[in-house]
Design a protein around this ligand. Structure first.
Ligand code: PMV
Length: 331
């Protein structure tokens, strides 16, 4: 028996990935840059065993079958091929935040699964290779392998055989950032990100404009981050989220609810009052507010008062995925 347990955190893209390159392999169409968040986590145990007839996936105490289990098995298949190991696996995973509601559960979920599966199979892969494995299941998961500020840039990919993993561009202490996650719904979203990207690419009159704009915003955001220019970075982050959602909304892909719109207005109101606060929204209705730690209490009070904001979680830059327990056949 070989077992490994990993803890991973979600990440929030400051410059967004939306859209995939043609040709398969789950390669993003645009570069992205995220911050890994402390506070929320996924804990996943993978056990390969001779006693198992099929892969089993238990998420938050419930056995999952169908498409979600198949996505887990596809990742495990890649590990089995690389390790020359045919054993099936038992995967037990738990999120301490709502699953599949746009709180980036696929990012922490596939990051934790990739690292736990690789280590349980006894593979000695480096972080880039584990990140590449996670990316093939969920591109944002490639970024959660690392802590701090993390970039995933498809322009690094030179041939189909290359490994495309994320890289850390600045450690978590680089900026004294606070991220306030404003939860506006407890329900799972109706359309996953892969479906949303496909519909946007097929139907949005603004998809082309997004593909042209995203890399430029990314470069500006990256430079602002490296220069520790929080305001410039915040403006780019909000612009990236709005451009991504504008292209999606034009295709009828609307992840927002009324509270999303009200929360975005509250953030603009904070800025009008002189506070450095900026918003970003992923493929779900929640609004994540970026601010400096010194302003976090004031911003949090304002966001809690927005009608339809159910809860506000205060987080900050955190660590990458890590093994917390391991048991080998020999031990
Ligand atoms: O990697 P996925 O399939 O979970 O897609 C992530 C899409 C966004 O969260 C909206 C943007 C991003 O870069 O994380």
């Amino acid at each position: 028996m070989s077992r490994s347990t990993v803890v991973a955190h979600p990440n929030i893209a400051l410059s967004k990935y939306w859209g995939k390159r043609d040709g398969g392999g789950n390669v993003p169409a645009v570069p992205s840059l995220s911050v890994t968040l402390e506070g929320m986590s996924t804990r996943t145990t993978v056990r390969f065993g001779e006693d198992l007839a099929a892969d089993r996936f238990v998420l938050d105490g419930v056995e999952v079958r169908g498409e979600a289990r198949d996505r887990v098995s596809q990742l495990l298949d890649r590990v089995r091929v690389a390790a020359g190991d045919e054993r099936r696996a038992d995967v037990v995973s738990r999120n301490d935040f709502p699953t599949a509601s746009g709180l980036a559960s696929s990012a922490s979920g596939f990051a934790a699964l990739a690292l736990a599966a690789v280590r349980a199979a006894g593979l000695d892969w480096d972080a880039a290779r584990v990140s590449d494995l996670a990316r093939r299941s969920s591109a944002s998961a490639a970024r959660s392998l690392f802590g701090g500020f993390v970039e995933l840039d498809p322009r690094r990919l030179t041939s189909d055989l290359d490994v495309l993993g994320a890289v850390c561009v600045a450690p978590s202490l680089h900026l004294d950032l606070a991220v306030l996650v404003c939860v506006t719904s407890e329900h799972a979203k109706a359309l996953g990100s892969t479906g949303g990207m496909r519909v946007t690419a097929e139907r949005s009159p603004y998809y082309r404009a997004w593909l042209d704009e995203a890399p430029q915003l990314h470069e500006r955001l990256r430079s602002a981050l490296l220069a520790r220019d929080f305001e410039a970075m915040g403006y780019c982050a909000e612009a990236s989220a709005l451009a991504m959602h504008a292209s999606a909304i034009a295709a009828g892909v609307v992840y927002w609810n009324a509270a999303t719109v009200d929360a975005l207005a509250a953030v603009r109101g904070l800025r009008a009052g002189g506070l450095a606060a900026f918003a970003t929204v992923d493929a779900g209705p929640h609004v994540k507010v970026l601010t400096l730690a010194s302003d976090a209490a004031t911003v949090e009070r304002t966001m809690r008062a927005v009608p339809g904001v159910l809860r506000v979680l205060r987080t900050r830059p955190g660590d990458g995925a890590r093994v917390v327990e391991r048991e080998d056949a020999a031990s």
